[in-house]
Design a protein around this ligand. Sequence first.
Ligand SMILES: [Fe+2]
Ligand SMILES: [Fe+2]
Length: 131
Amino acid sequence: MAWDESLNTGIEEIDTQHKQLIEHAENFFEKAGGNLAQSEINGMLVFLESYVLQHFSFEIALQREKSYPDVNAHERLHKYFIDDFNDLKDRIDSEGISREIIDEASKFLINWIIEHISLEDKKYAEHYLKA
Ligand SMILES: [Fe+2]
Ligand SMILES: [Fe+2]
């Protein structure tokens, strides 16, 4: 798994969610690269998306709770991710699933998650734990 200790934010619930998020995403890309039917892929995408949305709104609620000054910018970053995720869904809808799409998307989305945690989530977590 792409998770390691350096991604810890210090907020236990958030760290648990991040681990699960990475695990769900990796699990999706691993399975989607196999011989799954389109309907199964779609089901997994819906599941993954709802997990992501839940996590994002949980984070934004924590930030508002402690008046994190960059909450709007953080929310915008989340929105960009959702946009990219929707692009992936559209692409799968129109082109069907392929090795190429999955490899490209998995690298991109997993890297985004890792980078977002290490740069952005850690910033609000620091504020949260201090405030
Ligand atoms: Fe996060
Ligand atoms: Fe975040």
